[in-house]
Design a protein. Structure first.
Length: 359
């Protein structure tokens, strides 16, 4: 399958690893900075591969290479919607980094247009493929938790000025959002997915405590009421001293309790069920080794999308999942701005609606 990558920043190396691991034909790469492309390719020993065309204009790349079947988008968040929609219009399947879009209107348009064109869109919520997360999901789908009482996600990380200085788009309402959109969206996706997806109401609080050079929040908290009666809590921050502490997902049911921990929901810290069997012993203390906070899920996500294209089915993590995560964060932002709970679904909210909030 012929493939191209748009965007060669921090996360792009995980995409190149997934390309190599899945045997895709790497046709072209695109970035506004030629040196970023060369640095990325050199990291993977591909700098001398002249079969990989280099572009600074993604539209030209797609025009000159109509044979490309799959594109991954790893640019700044504010460009995701525009590039995704252009790829859809060209009939090219898309893997897009999180967040899928920065607005509900754009998310709905991605869903509508991809269905209209018969194009597959998958969003990089790759932590769904973590071994620990997959085990929790299997137990949930098998009914082992019984009725769900509540769940929570806690993303307690550290990001300092050096991190934000690496890219001018970070921490801005139009191009990134704050810690909820950038660092915490994976955990928020997992919580909503595990708790049943259908949300009734969100009450949120966001603050900019320590990062006065950012436009957006560095801490966000929320209480979520799900339509199935369960309650969820969200804590996301980049204010933890001295370094990343944890990304922890809890799920509490009448017949089971599971805590997934580690730096990126990659370990099982607690695994207790009323119907416990010998098989459960493998999950107690399970640890999946990862080389960075992004985990190992990109390779599995790519494999799923390739199979979805070949067998004409929906990807495991589709555009609706991407919209759900975006909607949760925008609901927290809106609730924090007005000081009241917000009902879902949202219809017309964007990150840029909150520009100037912390001025």
């Amino acid at each position: 399958m012929k493939y191209a990558l748009i965007g060669c920043g921090r996360i792009a190396t995980n995409h190149v690893k997934a390309v190599v691991n899945n045997g895709l034909e790497f046709v072209a790469v695109c970035d506004l900075l030629p040196e970023a492309m060369e640095t990325l390719l050199a990291k993977h020993g591909l700098e001398k591969d002249e079969s990989i065309a280099r572009y600074t204009d993604y539209k030209m790349m797609l025009t000159e290479h109509p044979e490309i079947e799959l594109v991954a988008i790893a640019t700044d968040s504010g460009m995701h919607a525009e590039i995704t929609l252009h790829c859809i219009d060209q009939g090219v399947n898309v893997i897009v980094e999180k967040p899928m879009t920065m607005s509900i209107v754009d998310a709905d348009e991605v869903i509508r247009r991809s269905r209209e064109k018969g194009v597959k869109v998958s969003v990089c919520h790759q932590n769904r493929f973590n071994v620990a997360v997959q085990e929790m999901r299997k137990a949930l789908e098998d009914g082992r938790f019984g009725r769900i009482s509540h769940g929570s996600i806690n993303v307690r990380w550290n990001r300092g000025k050096q991190y934000y200085d690496q890219a001018s788009w970070r921490g801005k309402w139009a191009s990134d959002g704050g810690c909820l959109f950038n660092q915490c969206i994976h955990g928020i996706d997992l919580l909503r997915w595990m708790m049943g997806d259908d949300v009734e109401e969100v009450y949120g609080v966001t603050k900019r405590q320590f990062h006065e050079y950012l436009e957006c929040e560095d801490i966000g908290m929320a209480v979520v009421k799900f339509k199935n009666g369960a309650v969820g809590t969200i804590e996301g921050t980049v204010n933890v001293y001295l370094k990343n502490l944890e990304e922890t997902l809890y799920l509490f049911g009448e017949n089971g309790t599971v805590k997934i921990g580690g730096t990126s929901t990659n370990n099982i810290d607690v695994w207790n069920f009323a119907d416990e069997s010998e098989e459960d012993s493998k999950n107690k203390g399970l640890q999946e080794q990862t080389s960075n906070v992004y985990g190992n899920g990109h390779t599995s996500l790519y494999a799923d999308v390739i199979d979805a294209i070949q067998n004409n089915r929906m990807p495991y993590i589709d555009a609706v999942a991407g919209r759900n995560a975006v909607e949760m964060i925008l609901a927290i932002y809106q609730s924090a701005a007005i000081g009241l709970p917000v009902k879902l679904p949202l219809r017309d909210v964007a990150s840029t609606d909150f520009e100037g909030r912390f001025n």
